[in-house]
Design a protein around this ligand. Structure first.
Ligand SMILES: [Zn+2]
Length: 81
């Protein structure tokens, strides 16, 4: 349902390109998230500045770990093929 949020990212960054660098990958995805999804949250009434720190840290950790796991899985998959 929210695939449209990733359309600009998918156009700019091809799969297994810069998006799969261990540092630049998560950063580019985080910037995409900030530019597209955060304004949507603000329009919906979320006050991003007053989000609790523990929730912000947990969300950022989950965000980064999921990206790094994807990068590792792709590295293993590319070695097997
Ligand atoms: Zn991938």
């Amino acid at each position: 349902m929210f695939k449209f949020l990733w359309w600009p990212y998918k156009v700019i960054f091809k799969h297994r390109g810069l998006s799969h660098h261990p540092i630049f990958g998560p950063l580019t995805i985080l910037i995409n998230f900030a530019l597209i999804f955060m304004p949507v949250l603000v329009v919906l009434g979320f006050n991003l500045i007053q989000l609790p720190l523990d929730i912000t840290v947990a969300a950022a950790t989950g965000f980064m770990l999921s990206i790094e796991m994807h990068i590792l899985a792709d590295m293993v998959a590319s070695e097997l093929t």
